[in-house]
Design a protein. Structure first.
Length: 124
């Protein structure tokens, strides 16, 4: 279970609280117009959204991870390659819907948060 700012120790409870709070924050992000100030199509923009949605729950919200992660048999991009991966992702085209989808799928690979990860993770 991920360490959280709320001191929640039960995964089911954390999942419920995270869902409720992130939906409220997503609505606020849209209603306030703040979403219009976020870079589109960049990892920085995705990171800014992640930070906005989860900053009240996780200390590492919006930050690039410093540890290798795996979920089941799936391994996320190794930390040593994150910088290069992010440069590649930021340079990917986004002129068609398929290109945009491909770019956001790739952007999600080095993600910062996976709810079912176990253990204390260090971010910076």
């Amino acid at each position: 279970m991920l360490e959280n700012e709320l001191g929640i120790k039960n995964q089911l409870e954390l999942n419920r609280v995270e869902e409720r709070l992130s939906k409220i924050k997503a609505k606020d992000l849209y209603d306030s117009g703040e979403i219009n100030n976020i870079e589109v199509g960049t990892f920085k923009g995705l990171s800014d959204i992640h930070n906005y949605l989860f900053e009240d729950i996780y200390f590492f919200a919006g930050k690039i991870r410093k540890v290798n992660l795996a979920k089941g048999n799936f391994r996320f991009a190794p930390v040593m390659y994150l910088s290069h991966s992010l440069e590649h992702i930021n340079a990917m085209p986004q002129t068609t819907f398929d290109e945009i989808v491909e770019k956001y799928v790739e952007m999600n690979m080095p993600t910062l948060l996976e709810k079912e990860m176990v253990g204390r993770l260090e971010y910076g």
